[in-house]
Ligand binder design. Sequence first.
Ligand code: B12
Ligand code: SF4
Length: 427
Amino acid sequence: MRVLFIEVDTECEWAVASLGPGFIAAYLRRHGHEAHLLRATIDLSHTEVTEAVRSIEPDLIGVSLTTRQWLRARTLLHEVRQSVDVPVIAGGLHATFAPETILDQPAFDYVCLGEGEEATLDLVRALTTDKSTDSIPNLWAKGGQRPTLRPPYEPLDRLPFVARDMLDEPSGCIPMTTQRGCPFQCSYCGARQFHDLYAAIGEYGRRRSHENVLAELEAIGKAGDLNYVIFLDDTFTIHHPWVKQFCKVYSERIGVPFSIHARVETVTRDVLERLATAGCNQITYGVESGSYQVRTNVMQRPVENDRIKQVFRWTREAGITVTANYMLGLPDETPRDIEQTLALAEELTADDFGYFVFYPYPGTRLFHHCKERGYLPNDHAELPANHQQSTLDLPSLTHKQIAEYYDRFTALRARLFADRASASGNG
Ligand code: B12
Ligand code: SF4
């Protein structure tokens, strides 16, 4: 069977092909099926995408959805289905936590809850042999009952390596994952909801063996260039024995520079030094707020500002570039809290920082909180999840205040860059 994954872009600069379809494509190919990727870039009209889909002649269409991609995917697939009559399955975080919204749309026939490798293969097999698709675990068929879930795939080492031709850069600077899941509890986080989804049937957090990760990197190096590795794991620095051994074997066998995501609670000076020695030259930390109150009571990630400052210092001293991420416009956040975030961003002077207006993702604790408190306007589901404008009616912050603070983050970032350029003599 020929399966076509459509990647629905919603912007230019953030758009990177999703890894989920790359994993599923590899799994389908291992079992003798064809898998292709079509990138619906924003410059393509829906008619052009439909034409491209037709020319590939798929038997099944798969769409990976984050919340941000949903609004365009809905109208795009509607048009595609007008002239291409093949079943459509949606998967990914938005599909998993807002499945009814998707199945309500005529263009979508199936939703995959949670991990998609085995469910998609079962669907392909059922469609190929004209069997019923009603009782496939993880697969919710339109008009059917919510499915049961199979346990998380174990061990991850048994999965085929991600199909690199489904990603933007098959070689050179490549994205990589060593694990699935994150043990933390952040109330706004879409990713951690997978742990709750699977809580009754298995542990979602799993990590690949060092050997398996290195074998994939070596295979990429053999097939083309391998210049840089972006580890996309939610929190790379959990389980220090794994990380320390990784640093050792990675520098012996791979040795190219790499970047990771971490939390300040999960690093020590020793781990940072080992990472730097192994080639890590950039770490992104989620700082999120400068207000301890917001971090603790709203975001459920309690950590002291002093710890954040200390870890930023250690990271720099290890010779690693630091990026910080901040959020603004959360429920129960006040202008004073955002002032504290700006002040902390100024004090930390990360090498770069990102700043995102809060959007409540379906399934998260903060989504339920916003719903219960009446912070979601009636048309919330139709508003874009672009992290630039607030979609909420908050009693503690107006839309105008959030927009002004967003501009202040933009100005601060520009000023810090200018200061750095003039300090290094390039200004
Ligand atoms: C890598 C990553 C990125 C990369 C690449 C993005 C991309 N296109 O994949 C970059 C850095 C560019 C990025 C950017 C952003 N990201 Co991002 N990102 C991630 C991250 C860390 C890993 C995703 C991943 O590849 N996982 C590994 C794969 C194997 O897992 P998976 O995607 O869940 O796929 C499995 C199943 O979901 C399912 N599945 C997935 N797709 C499909 C499709 C079909 C047809 C089927 C059947 C099944 C299926 O099967 C897969 C295999 O089992 C996630 C966190 C996370 N852990 O998911 C956040 C995450 C997806 N990002 C998020 C956000 C918000 C963003 C940004 C808006 C930035 C920001 N403000 O934080 C931008 C915008 C991206 C965009 N274009 O929409 C949110 C999305 C929340 C939501 N509900 O939408 C997440 C969950 C982070 C979070 N903490 O909440 N991101
Ligand atoms: S540390 Fe990051 S990935 Fe983990 S729960 Fe918090 S926001 Fe999500």
